[in-house]
Write a protein that binds this ligand. Structure first.
Ligand code: SF4
Length: 137
């Protein structure tokens, strides 16, 4: 076993989930384990502002040693941030990516807010979309 130097070595590639709206959702599924997490941050507005979004993007890309990086958007309901937030996210990704680096985006949504504008944006930027469906058995 290598003796610890006190400075952990980061893995060459890793995956972090982004929850820019925290536990806020436009549904209230009875079985949802996540809505109650809102109570862990009293006083928070659960809103990732542009400055934090850019700093996160910069650090996340900088820390990845591999040729690609995946941004995984989750919630609550991430589309409650609005389409302009995601347009800005993609701009920050392009601003901070290293030459030749592939950027992926994956987003999990309940689909309530989606319309053609979202669809065109997801298509243009090749987002992988996970659509959560629920209903009668
Ligand atoms: S859609 Fe998902 S995040 Fe929203 S309440 Fe239902 S299970 Fe929870």
């Amino acid at each position: 076993m290598t003796p610890s130097t006190g400075t952990p070595t980061p893995p060459p590639a890793f995956h972090v989930m982004l929850k820019p709206r925290g536990a806020i959702c436009n549904l209230a599924c009875k079985y949802c384990y996540f809505l109650s997490k809102e109570n862990l941050y009293p006083g928070s507005d659960f809103w990732m502002d542009a400055a934090l979004l850019e700093e996160y993007t910069r650090q996340y890309i900088e820390a990845q040693q591999g040729p690609e990086v995946t941004f995984a958007w989750q919630g609550g309901e991430p589309t409650l941030m609005g389409l302009d937030f995601f347009k800005q996210a993609v701009e920050f990704q392009q601003k901070h990516r290293r030459p030749g680096m592939r950027i992926n985006n994956a987003l999990q949504t309940n689909g309530i807010t989606l319309n053609d504008d979202w669809g065109r944006f997801f298509h243009r930027h090749n987002f992988l979309i996970g659509l959560s469906l629920d209903g009668p058995p």
